[in-house]
Design a protein around this ligand. Sequence first.
Ligand code: PEP
Length: 252
Amino acid sequence: MQTRTPLIAGNWKMQKTIGEALALVNALRSNLSNVKAEIVVAPTYTALSKVAECLQGSNIGVAAQDLFWEDFGAYTGAISAPLIKDAGAKYVIIGHSERRQFFGETDVTVNKKIKAALKHQLIPILCVGETLAEREGNLVQQIIEEQVSRGLYQLTQVELKDLVIAYEPVWAIGTGKTATPAQAEETHVLIRNFIAAQFSQEFADRLRILYGGSVKVANCKELLALKNIDGALIGGASLNAEEFSAIAKSVA
Ligand code: PEP
């Protein structure tokens, strides 16, 4: 039987000054020294290196929230994989729906970013998810399979060995609406089966698939108990040390 270490990741988005970020991770460090899950936080770029420094020697890893696919050059405002590595991150979130919605991210740019991350040994957390209109139009399977296959285009399971996928229904992000456990599990199974068909059953069995979308203390237990949900990507509730810690501790 395949065992997948649960991953609880906090996406802080455009929140927290450096001082606030350090206060949060100091609290998490002491709250979460004994949890069973792997823990990751994704601060803003400006706080990344200080947060990584503060978490050295702890069981909490650091992710960037995005990256640009070129390594260096005249790309004003962009941050690359080597710069993110240098700041101390291990993971990078790619294809978050807010990047797709507000910054023109497409499956093609997602694919370039995943390749750039892998080239520099950063672990990608690929975000996929349908809008409400797509769910209501019965397009969930089509949309998710397109996002996964285009995002992972021309990559092998060896290159993708540590990949994490986060299923985040767009209609559940920051809205207070959560997918029902049945809806979430059904989509996670769909993703795992698609990965098995595209790559191999062995790779699909190892792949961690996180759920994201208004995860909070009140709903985390039943979501995280599901067979195909291997953790959570958490926005709002990750900004509060007590709440994020309670979610991480709820992993059985
Ligand atoms: C997210 O941004 O990845 C997210 C899931 O946000 P929230 O938990 O606030 O819905």
